[in-house]
Structure formats: structure tokens, C-alpha cells
Design a protein around this ligand. Structure first.
Ligand code: ADP
Length: 329
């Protein structure tokens, strides 16, 4: 189990990580989502023992993870970090890149384990090519295979989905599922885009300005975000002041300035609903996203499978249920 307790890191006067505590159980996948500059990379480096914390500590089971100022070779043997740049050896094959991580093991075990990793990481077909001859997704999976070769307890990944096309994102998703299931590795990844995190992580955290402002299941964070930032980081959302609820035929709340979070799928087209004007129609493949004007100052996004909606058309909308989520800030 990896635990971080009240980690703090300040660069000069810039607080990069502020009082962050997390627990990562074996076989668990955690995603930390935050905008650029929210402290994701700094936190990963602290967890990996590659940056010294100002205060607080990281522990792997009962052992404290030492920072670079306390050891000769920075890092912990049971915690691996896969960077965005992959850092592969350019002149040797995919297979040899992975085997290098096992160079101190007996050859028969090394061969067996490399074959297993090639299969797990879907690299068997490209194992004899050098990094320059494989795709970005294959390079990344080589870096992951190398990182997990000698079965570390914890795998940390920096933006593992951001440079990949959809088929490769799905491969990495399946790979992480297989890894935690078969090897009980704990995975933590950071990302600025929660799309993949929602479907992969058991636990999702929201980082803002170095602070972990929310931690929970993806379902809980998506439906009950604590702030407008947490809501926006986890998907498309309508945020409107309570005083405008009457425009949707809903009772206003005690505090007219409080913010209401309405996911687009909470709204539907319904002939008995409130009339609104369509401002834009976006084709999304499986559905359309509509931007509708409720009043001069309020517009909302909603989703529909109807194909006949045009810009400037008047349609009627309604809330699917009267469950409203109020934000704290
Ligand atoms: P993210 O990975 O979410 O983009 P970072 O951890 O890289 O965020 O950065 C968090 C904050 O710390 C930013 O304000 C950044 O400018 C600052 N920072 C990061 N690394 C350094 C450094 N080596 N020296 C000074 N400031 C840094």
C-alpha cells in the first residue's frame, strides 16, 4: 500500500503541492485530474521518491520512501514512473528494451517474463523492431512493459492517454486492467482530461493549485462535484445560478446566487417543457449536442439522438428528474 501524508512542495514561493494525502491499495487504479500547473507532475515525482518533499511523507507499506537528497540513486525499487517521453534506448529492439530491465535475472526466466510482458502489452508482433520503427502507442507500451518487468508494487504514469488515438487509448486501458488484475500492481496516473479516467479509475481525485480538492469514485465526483472546477474537469456541464431555475420551471432556492450543476444528460427534449431556441448543433457521432438559449443570458447544453434539429428552431426542454446538485464554490 502506498500512502502519502500531508505532502507539501514549494518551489521558491510557488506552492506546487499543498497538503496532499492519498492512499493507494494493491490492485487499485487511481486517477488524479487537474489543469496544467495544478501540481500533477510534482506530485508524481514526490510519490516516486524523485523530488524531496518540504514536509509530509510517502510510505510504501511500512517503509518510508526516501527523497533524492537521502539516497545515492534517486527513486524506489518498487515504485516506477513512466514519463511522457518514454526514454527508450533508440538502437535496440523493443524486446531488448524490455529485457534490459531484467538483466540481473537468469536468462530462462528473463525470456519467459519478456514473452509474458510482450503479450500483456500487445507488443509481440513488433518485438524485433527498434523504437523508431514502431508507433507512439507501441513506444509507450514498451516503456510500460519495461517499467513493470520486475513486478514493482506501484506504477505511476504521467498523462498516459494524452498523445494516443482512440484505438491505442483502449489498448492501454485494457492493459492497465490486466495488470492490476493479474499482478496486483497499484496504478496511479495523472491527466488533464478525465474522459479515460472516468471509465478506468476506481478512485478519482481533482487537483487544483496543488490541492486535492475532491477524492471519490468517478461516479460520485462526476455527479456530485464539489466546485465548478471539479465539475468542468470531469466532463461537459451546465453551471447556472439558482435564480435562473425559474426559467426551467423549477423552484428557486434560498440563495439565488448559489451555483447549480446540471450535466447535459439531465436535460431532455420534451414537448411539454420550456421553449428554448437552438443556437448550435454539434454532431458527436453517437448523438448530437445542442446549445440552446433559455434567455438572453442563459444557455444550456443537452444531448439528443434526434437528427431533425436545426439552428434557430424553437424546441422544448425539461429536466429528467428534479435532482439538482448545488456546488460549494
Ligand atoms: P502540472 O504537472 O499539473 O502541469 P507541475 O507539477 O508541473 O503541474 O507544476 C505545479 C506548479 O509548480 C506550477 O506553478 C509550476 O510552474 C511550478 N513548478 C514546477 N516545477 C518547478 C520547478 N522545477 N521550479 C519552479 N517551479 C516549478
Amino acid at each position: 500500500m502506498l500512502t502519502a501524508k500531508k505532502l507539501v512542495k514549494v518551489y521558491n514561493t510557488v506552492p506546487a503541492v499543498r497538503n496532499v494525502s492519498i492512499t493507494l491499495e494493491p490492485g487499485q487504479i487511481m486517477a488524479l485530474v487537474g489543469a496544467s500547473g495544478s501540481g500533477k507532475s510534482t506530485l508524481l515525482n514526490l510519490l516516486a521518491g524523485l523530488t524531496d518533499a518540504d514536509t509530509g511523507e510517502v510510505r510504501l507499506n511500512d517503509e518510508r520512501v526516501l527523497g533524492p537528497s537521502e539516497v545515492l540513486v534517486p527513486g524506489h525499487k518498487d515504485i516506477r514512473l513512466v514519463h511522457q517521453e518514454y526514454q527508450l534506448m533508440p538502437n535496440v529492439s523493443v524486446r531488448e528494451n524490455i529485457a534490459y530491465a531484467l538483466r540481473f535475472f537468469e536468462k530462462s526466466y528473463r525470456d519467459f517474463r519478456v514473452n509474458e510482458l510482450l503479450k500483456l502489452c500487445r507488443l509481440t508482433d513488433v518485438q524485433d523492431r527498434i523504437p523508431r520503427q514502431v508507433s507512439g502507442g507501441e513506444k509507450q507500451r514498451t516503456a510500460i512493459a519495461r517499467a513493470i518487468a520486475d513486478k514493482p508494487a506501484v506504477l505511476l504514469l504521467d498523462e498516459p492517454f494524452s498523445h494516443l488515438d482512440l484505438p491505442n487509448r483502449l489498448i492501454v486501458r485494457d492493459l492497465l486492467f490486466d495488470l492490476v488484475r493479474h499482478e496486483q500492481t497499484s496504478c496511479l496516473f495523472v491527466t488533464h482530461d478525465a474522459t479515460d479516467a472516468l471509465s478506468i479509475a476506481d478512485t478519482l481525485g481533482i487537483l487544483r493549485d496543488g490541492k486535492l480538492i475532491q477524492l471519490g469514485t468517478p461516479v460520485a465526483v462526476y455527479h456530485q462535484p464539489v466546485t465548478a472546477y471539479a465539475a468542468r474537469m470531469t466532463g461537459l456541464v451546465n453551471i447556472l445560478k439558482a435564480k435562473y431555475l425559474s426559467l426551467l420551471d423549477l423552484p428557486e432556492s434560498d440563495n439565488p446566487e448559489s451555483l447549480i450543476c446540471l450535466r447535459p444528460e439531465q436535460l431532455k427534449l420534451d414537448d411539454t417543457g420550456m421553449p428554448v431556441t437552438v443556437r448550435a448543433v454539434y454532431f458527436k457521432g453517437s448523438h448530437y449536442e445542442l446549445d440552446v438559449a433559455v434567455s438572453r443570458y442563459v444557455s444550456l447544453r443537452l444531448l439528443t439522438s434526434r437528427t431533425d434539429i436545426q439552428v434557430d428552431q424553437v424546441v422544448h426542454i425539461r429536466l429528467r428528474d428534479n435532482e439538482l446538485w448545488r456546488l460549494k464554490g
